[in-house]
Design a protein around this ligand. Structure first.
Ligand SMILES: [Fe+2]
Length: 503
């Protein structure tokens, strides 16, 4: 549309906002001011965590399945302000860890802020010393004073690997965390196999059939390169590929099949001169190229061969679903959107008027990994994010994909959980109340079961009426709730977590 009328994206959004105000455009295209009740939900679901420590969860509706035996670890940005300064981006705030331990039908909860040196230094100084991702720290009054620094806030995802938790951000190395105490241990370089100056993705993948893990990061060397790792069972990394990049690109997720690794890379880079002019945050220095196609990159999983680059259409992408091979073709799922609205949305954490919601939709790509021909790009379902699946089916033609959706109330807070039957093309949604919001649903398989649907969806939510978080356990096969745990506290909803089976 912007091309048709020769408007750039910013001009288009400005115009569409004005037209919507005149009632000439549907509200979905306009920035919107949330009703007061939803504003409260929006703020409360994202405010600073109000309780840390270990707690036995006592208020339980329903029954925690006795077979649910293991832990859910989650990490989230745990603040919406710092020393009175509102945090403007949903990535901002110190990392807040949550662990939910399930055993014999009971649950113990353990929460803790990640005690990084940067957090401790700011607490001691009682002021911001570091820029957040989207909120600048105050500049020093003394013109010769130290400028605020940047930091690696591991608040996006957390995995259990090689006997420890790794909190992940993709902005640097993982942060090692004691799985029992949630104590900060420091940057983790995989026994010196992660080269200095290399970052590590927030979305590593594991092949449950072989036990292999895969990950990647940006190597800040010459040349700048996408560096792809195999995560070995002994906790070390092998470097499988170093793919030169023309400039820094934001690559948030990828997918793994028996023979291939596939990346969807949006045209999103960092304007480093702007970043280092001073006073600008990383979020402000993100540059989305509106006329540039998203790139698909295919690499061989064994580290051999040359990179295969394929042009897709312009768009934005954060998360992949599953991927697999079929008759020589490579099929993979991704949640994409046709513009960069999600970036403005993420940068609206402190605003009362939110930009228009990005329409994120699930695409199944089919391509020939030998010729690079993109044979199909089929839209499967709309209005969803945070895709998860039974990871025992990773790399196979899995039938079910789970996600959250219904962002009509607040585009950053999910209002429903859903299950997609990828074989039959059907979708089931379970809506939450208007005063509730939920985060990503994690699949936990029933022990020793080979049935793909036999397990539970585990998700945290916030209830505005009770001003309290809850944790739901849903039967994955029916999406019926087995139990709701009232947590007695309010912790911000975040992005990602994972289930770790006991033993
Ligand atoms: Fe993510």
């Amino acid at each position: 549309m912007n091309r048709q009328f020769s408007l750039n994206r910013r001009q288009f959004l400005s115009l569409s906002s004005g037209l919507a105000g005149l009632g000439l455009l549907p509200p979905a295209l306009a920035a919107k001011t949330l009703p007061a009740a939803q504003q409260r939900l929006h703020r409360a679901a994202r405010r600073e965590a109000d309780r840390v420590g270990r707690f036995t969860v006592r208020e339980i509706e329903g029954t925690i399945p006795a077979a649910l035996n293991g832990s859910v670890y989650r990490v989230a940005p745990g603040q919406n302000q710092k020393f009175g300064r509102p945090l403007r981006h949903y990535f901002d705030g110190d990392a807040f860890l949550s662990a939910f331990h399930f055993e014999k039908g009971s649950c113990t909860m353990h929460t803790r802020f990640l005690a990084t040196p940067e957090r401790l230094a700011e607490q001691k100084a009682q002021k911001m010393l570091y820029h957040e991702f989207g909120t600048a720290a105050p500049l020093p009054e003394d013109p010769y004073g130290d400028m605020p620094g940047f930091k690696n806030t591991a608040s996006v995802n957390v995995i259990h690997y090689d006997g420890r938790l790794l909190a992940l951000s993709e902005g640097g190395p993982p942060i090692a965390v004691d799985a029992k105490t949630l104590a900060y241990q420091g940057p983790w370089h995989f026994y010196d196999t992660l080269p200095r100056g290399s970052s590590f993705t927030a979305h590593p993948k594991f092949d449950s059939r072989t036990g292999d893990g895969f990950a990647y990061g940006i190597h800040q060397g010459t040349p700048l390169a996408l560096q792809v790792y195999r995560m070995r069972p002994d906790g070390k990394l092998d470097i499988l590929h170093r793919v030169p990049l023309p400039h820094y690109l934001m690559i948030h997720d990828f997918a793994v099949t028996d023979h291939y690794l596939v990346f969807c890379i949006p045209p999103l880079s960092i304007d480093f001169p702007k970043l280092f002019q001073g006073g600008h945050t990383i979020a402000e220095a993100l540059a989305f190229a509106e006329q540039t196609p998203m790139k698909l990159l295919v690499l061989r999983r064994d580290g051999s061969g040359q990179p295969l680059w394929i042009d897709d259409r312009n768009g934005m992408m954060f998360h992949n679903g599953n991927a697999f091979e079929q008759d020589g073709a490579l099929l993979f799922d991704a949640i994409v959107s046709d513009d960069d609205a999600v970036l403005r949305l993420l940068h609206s954490a402190a605003k009362e008027q939110l930009p228009a919601a990005a329409d994120s939709y699930l695409v199944r790509f089919r391509l020939d990994p030998k010729s690079g021909r993109l044979a199909a790009r089929d839209t499967v379902s709309r209005g969803l994010e945070f895709p998860r699946y039974n990871e025992r089916r990773a790399g196979t033609d899995a039938r079910f994909l789970y996600a959250v959706g219904d962002h009509a109330v607040n585009p950053m807070l999910s209002g429903c959980v859903l299950a997609l039957d990828m074989h039959r093309g059907t979708r089931r949604d379970v809506r939450y109340e208007a005063h509730q919001a939920i985060e990503e649903a994690v699949f936990a398989p029933r022990p020793n079961s080979t049935d793909e649907q036999d397990g539970w969806l585990l998700l945290q939510g916030y209830d505005g009426n009770r001003d309290e978080n809850f944790f739901d356990i849903l039967e994955a096969v029916s999406l019926k709730r087995a139990a709701r745990l009232w947590l007695g506290s309010n912790a911000p909803l975040g992005f990602h977590g994972n289930f770790v089976a006991a033993g």
